[in-house]
Design a protein around this ligand. Structure first.
Ligand SMILES: NC(=O)c1ccc[n+]([C@@H]2O[C@H](COP(=O)([O-])OP(=O)(O)OC[C@H]3O[C@@H](n4cnc5c(N)ncnc54)[C@H](O)[C@@H]3O)[C@@H](O)[C@H]2O)c1
Length: 274
């Protein structure tokens, strides 16, 4: 583990939508780090990534070799990969950044171990704004955190919770609240919503107390997240209307931007905002 200013080498696990945005940013010298190596469960994804890079050629290494070689490990793979990556980062004392926030919440005991070892664990804000305000509010007198997620009907195709509750979204013409409850239950029943709810839970009051409302809205075409935070400071509402990445429609652009900026904050000396 190195101090911020000395950070040089990063290794990326997952060469999909978000990984590609990070690698392209390093390739364009937008981030002052060396992307030393990559890993993906599907080597073709790495080969595809290399085709998009003009100036750098990160090596392909196994997860363990990658983690041994770098100063900061970036996971942008899958929730199920978090435990193994986290345990290896702990074994080799490496700082680690996770995009699969749901996986971090599921393995939260490892965050405690990282704290004890002095390892930095980073979870970018991802697809949602307002985490900075929540962070500040948490310092004193945070009382209530609510997430209202609004998605078009097609986002819920095949959802088991709706089947179980006999809720049909066929031809809906007005908005419909399909879930209201603790983040813990929302994460279980709506896995596609897991990262935002998990990030918010970890930043605020935890998954049992953080409240989630999920609304199906036939009048929107992309996802919206509204965070309402109440505490001794007062109250704020932050609304994110996400658009897909211009280079990859599979991911919201803000997630990649927020990750790139988090890496920049680690290696650059000026930090504005909480
Ligand atoms: N925090 C947030 O707000 C937020 C927002 C969007 C996505 N995410 C999460 O970030 C992660 C990456 O998202 P993405 O859009 O880039 O996904 P993606 O599917 O485009 O890319 C994931 C890549 O990881 C690889 N992969 C899967 N399992 C792996 C494993 N066990 N080991 C190594 N590689 C593996 C896949 O082959 C793929 O190339 C996902 O877990 C996603 O849920 C978080």
């Amino acid at each position: 583990m190195l101090f911020k200013k000395n950070l040089k080498k990063i290794g990326m696990i997952g060469c999909g939508a978000i990984g590609t945005e990070i690698a392209v940013a390093v390739d364009k010298k937008d981030i002052n780090v060396i992307l030393y190596c990559c890993n993906d469960i599907d080597k073709n994804k790495y080969d595809e990534l290399l085709k998009k890079l003009k100036n750098i050629r990160p090596k392909f290494l196994s997860k363990e070799k990658l983690i041994k070689k770098v100063d900061l490990v970036i996971e942008c793979a899958k929730k199920d990969a978090v435990k193994e990556i986290f345990e290896l980062a702990l074994k080799y004392n490496k700082d680690v950044m996770f995009l699969s926030a749901g996986g971090v919440l599921e393995n939260f005991e490892l965050v405690e171990k990282a704290k004890q070892k002095g390892i930095n664990v980073y979870v970018p804000s991802g697809a949602v704004v307002g985490i900075d305000g929540l962070d500040a509010a948490k310092y004193h007198g945070l009382k209530k955190v609510t997430l209202i997620t609004r998605k078009p009907p097609k986002a819920f195709e095949g959802n088991e919770y709706l089947k179980k509750k006999n809720i049909s979204l066929d031809g809906i013409t007005s908005e419909l609240v399909i879930f209201e409850g603790p983040a813990k239950e929302a994460i279980k029943e709506f896995p596609a919503n897991i990262n935002v709810a998990a990030t918010l839970s970890m930043a605020g009051l935890g998954p049992d107390i953080t409240k989630v409302k999920i609304v199906v809205d036939p009048f929107i075409s992309s996802n919206m997240h509204e965070i309402i935070v109440e505490g001794d400071f007062g109250r704020f509402r932050a609304i994110t209307e996400n658009l897909p990445s211009p280079t990859n429609p599979k991911t919201s652009y803000l997630t990649a931007l927020s990750t790139i900026v988090m890496i920049k904050k680690i290696v650059e000396p000026i930090h504005i905002g909480t």
